[in-house]
Design a protein around this ligand. Structure first.
Ligand SMILES: C[S@@+](CC[C@H](N)C(=O)[O-])C[C@H]1O[C@@H](n2cnc3c(N)ncnc32)[C@H](O)[C@@H]1O
Length: 241
């Protein structure tokens, strides 16, 4: 699962027993050598779809980590790209890995995604690989903050996977992971929220609509379709009304 440059089992265990913020601070120097960084294939597919929806001036990557989404946004946005994350360690790694020179301007902001500090600054927001860190009860605060950060007509876009069928080994792997995490969080403080099965399309769309977005779903054909013909992955495109 990890290359030799990735974290050791011991390092991962220490990280998983920390808070989310501290865990990512510790993981930051090796994060890009883990499967937790969003793969280029997802970033490229999203970037191509966003280019067709643009042009955009200013883009925000929510929970930017080491900057995967910021790098994707650079060719899509003309003026400014901002990455926001609450882990100082991840932001430091991002500053080192994403070139700052040239247009658009790149900025990094340390903030909690449940209390985003922006008001109408962006016409595009994205997020990758981080929604599992929020309990369903925290989603409204995250979506309200993104809504506030966007100008009217601005777009919040992110990929979402179809649920796995019961017959898939991945279904059982994710169920097993979430169960272990629930036990860990019942027994240990600080909690580390990371669940694979708490971000269902229907609940997410309803929360987006309640926050004031009009939601469209675009199939990400690059990732194929399920036996029933539905896409394996969709791009959620939520427009601020
Ligand atoms: C799995 S990493 C994904 C990083 C990057 N988006 C990517 O796709 O490679 C999750 C990121 O979410 C950040 N994060 C988790 N909860 C957060 C919160 N409440 N506010 C801000 N950042 C948060 C973590 O610090 C971490 O950098």
């Amino acid at each position: 699962m990890f290359t030799t440059e990735g974290p050791t089992f011991r390092e991962l265990t220490v990280q998983a027993l920390s808070s989310i913020e501290r865990g990512y601070d510790l993981l930051a120097p090796k994060f890009d050598h883990t499967p937790f960084r969003t793969p280029e294939r997802f970033l490229d597919a999203t970037g191509e779809m966003l280019e067709a929806l643009g042009p955009f001036d200013a883009g925000l990557d929510v929970c930017c980590g080491t900057g995967a989404g910021v790098g994707m946004l650079k060719p899509v946005c003309r003026k400014r790209v901002v990455g926001v994350d609450f882990s100082a360690g991840m932001l430091e790694a991002a500053r080192e890995s994403v070139p700052a020179e040239g247009a658009p301007a790149v900025d990094w902001v340390r903030a909690d995604a449940r209390e985003l500090p922006f008001e109408g600054d962006f016409d595009l927001a994205v997020s990758f690989g981080a929604f599992g860190h929020f309990l369903p009860s925290e989603r409204p605060a995250v979506f309200a903050g993104v809504h506030r950060a966007l100008r009217p007509g601005g777009v919040f876009a992110f990929p979402i996977g179809a649920p796995q069928p019961l017959s898939s080994p991945l279904y059982w792997a994710m169920l097993g992971f979430d169960s272990v995490m629930r036990v860990r969080n019942a027994l240990w403080r600080p909690s580390f929220v990371m669940y694979y099965r708490t971000f269902p399309l229907r609940g997410v769309s309803e929360d987006l609509e309640r926050a004031g977005f009009a939601v469209r779903l675009l199939p990400m054909e690059e990732f194929g379709r399920r036996e029933d013909g539905s896409p394996n992955w969709r791009l959620v495109v939520a427009e601020r009304l």
